[in-house]
Design a protein around this ligand. Structure first.
Ligand code: ZN
Length: 105
């Protein structure tokens, strides 16, 4: 039950919708009831569950997008390594072994 009407004091009736976090004060029960019925017909109350689920949906989507970016980044990491300029080292191992040029004495 999300819609609540209760008496908080003399001529102090409170209508509350827990789903929308809406509160209203009335002098008597019937005005609180009217307030409740009016609130039930408002767009806010009607779309509140949808908005909540949309919020969850948006969160899930954001998480999914982040994961997608991560996976794309990791998928392209080897490609980036390939595309990176080759280090300035000779392919010929005999030249690599020539320590006068490649790695000190
Ligand atoms: Zn409501």
């Amino acid at each position: 039950m999300t819609l609540i009407i209760r008496k908080e004091g003399k001529a102090h009736w409170v209508f509350e919708c827990r789903r929308c976090h809406v509160r209203g004060n009335s002098q008597d029960y019937f005005r609180a009831l009217e307030h409740q019925q009016w609130h039930e017909r408002t767009l806010e109350h009607a779309t509140k569950p949808m908005a909540d689920s949309l919020g969850i949906f948006a969160e899930a989507l954001t998480e999914l997008a982040e994961r997608f970016v991560d996976s794309v980044a990791s998928a392209f990491k080897p490609l980036a390594d390939v595309l990176a300029p080759a280090p300035n080292r000779p392919h010929d191992p005999t030249l690599l072994r020539d320590r006068r040029k490649w790695g000190g004495r």
